[in-house]
Ligand binder design. Structure first.
Ligand code: DAH
Length: 348
């Protein structure tokens, strides 16, 4: 075939193929094929010497022009590939301001904290003040001053986490408070009636956990001391609390109970949220769940802090917080509250 024709064909082929080159590696292959040492063009250029002078001039001119043209096209293609890759890289990192924002996961208070706040605010609306006290307590406040002398069964080591520390100079021993009631004494030591306080806080009991018991839980204590306070005030206040918190349709029940620091003592129970009185696992089959202990402050407790029990009287109550959302929402197992399972916690 005529060399000039071959060159024309080569030219058409090279440019056509270059169109389809999309990567640097592909381009290198193209360079080797059309401009490399073993390429047809190099072969032609090398063979120029064997041609006649006439032919050498014309073939030399077109083949050299083709070589320059292909080299220029290679350079251009290289540059445009680089630009393309750059553009691609930029578009990957670029901020697309038209994209909708990602939703921001906003947390909320733990259901126990929510119940604590809600209960506290019901009592503050009724004129009570919120106070807090120490979680590590003296047995003096936790027991002695609440009319629980040394030999009282509630003081048995099985119920209490004692702190491994020597007693203080008055012989008081340190413990994790088993209830929020010691704050009754601490408050009455410092203040004179009228007193109306509620005390939320954590307490500890050395006991096995099950669906309705935890070894660490929260309580809220209440205390009202004034002239002329009676059992009717106790019932009225707690009934009103239950009405506001659980709703007017949930029945409540008061029954006699014993606590050394009150006389008389009473427990208040609320209709079970799960079975509504029929009996189920949550309520232990009797349809009611005890939510709080209460009573008229024992004269010995008042006298212990120097308050005249002839002139003043008071009522007190203490309720376990974890049981309250349990009752309100019908949670079947109290241990869910401290299982840290977000599927559970997110429901509140
Ligand atoms: N402290 C009691 C408990 O932990 C609850 C209680 C009962 C508190 C009667 C009181 C009360 O203030 O008067 O179970």
């Amino acid at each position: 075939m005529d060399i000039k024709l071959q060159i024309n064909e080569l030219e058409a082929q090279a440019y056509a193929e270059l169109e389809g080159v999309a990567s640097a590696a592909h381009l290198e292959e193209w360079r080797i094929r059309y401009l490399g040492k073993k390429s047809r063009l190099t072969e032609i250029l090398r063979g120029l010497a064997t041609l006649s002078i006439e032919e050498r001039k014309t073939v030399g001119a077109v083949s050299n022009a083709l070589k320059l043209g292909l080299e220029a096209a290679l350079g251009q293609r290289e540059a445009s590939l680089r630009d393309g890759e750059l553009a691609l890289a930029v578009s990957k990192d670029a901020v697309d301001i038209s994209l909708p924002g990602r939703p921001f996961a906003r947390g909320h208070l733990h259901p126990v904290a929510q119940a604590m706040n809600e209960i506290s605010s019901i009592f503050t609306a009724m004129g009570f003040e919120v106070m807090e006290g120490p979680g590590v307590e003296w047995d003096y406040y936790n027991f002695d001053m609440l009319n629980m002398p040394k030999e009282h069964p509630a003081r048995a080591a099985t119920d209490t986490f004692w702190i491994d520390a020597p007693p203080n100079d008055k012989g008081w021993k340190m413990l994790l408070r088993t209830h929020t009631s010691p704050m009754q004494v601490r408050t009455m030591e410092r203040r004179r009636p009228p007193i109306r306080i509620v005390v939320p806080g954590l307490v500890h009991r050395y006991e096995a956990t099950d669906a309705t018991h935890l070894s660490m839980f929260s309580q809220i204590e209440g205390l009202a001391v004034d002239e002329g306070i009676s059992m009717a005030d106790l019932k009225g206040t707690l009934h009103e609390f239950a009405r506001r918190f659980f709703g007017p349709e949930r029945r409540v029940r008061f029954r006699c109970d014993f606590f050394p620091y009150v006389e008389p003592g009473a427990e208040m129970a609320v209709e079970c949220a799960v079975c509504r009185g029929d009996g189920c696992r949550l309520c232990g089959g009797n349809g009611w769940i005890e939510v709080l202990g209460s009573g008229m402050v024992h004269p010995r407790v008042l006298e212990g802090v120097g308050i005249d029990s002839k002139k003043y009287s008071g009522f007190a109550f203490g309720m376990g917080i974890e049981r309250i959302p349990l009752l309100k929402y019908g949670v079947e197992d109290i241990r869910h509250f401290y299982g840290s399972d977000l599927r559970f916690l997110r429901q509140f």
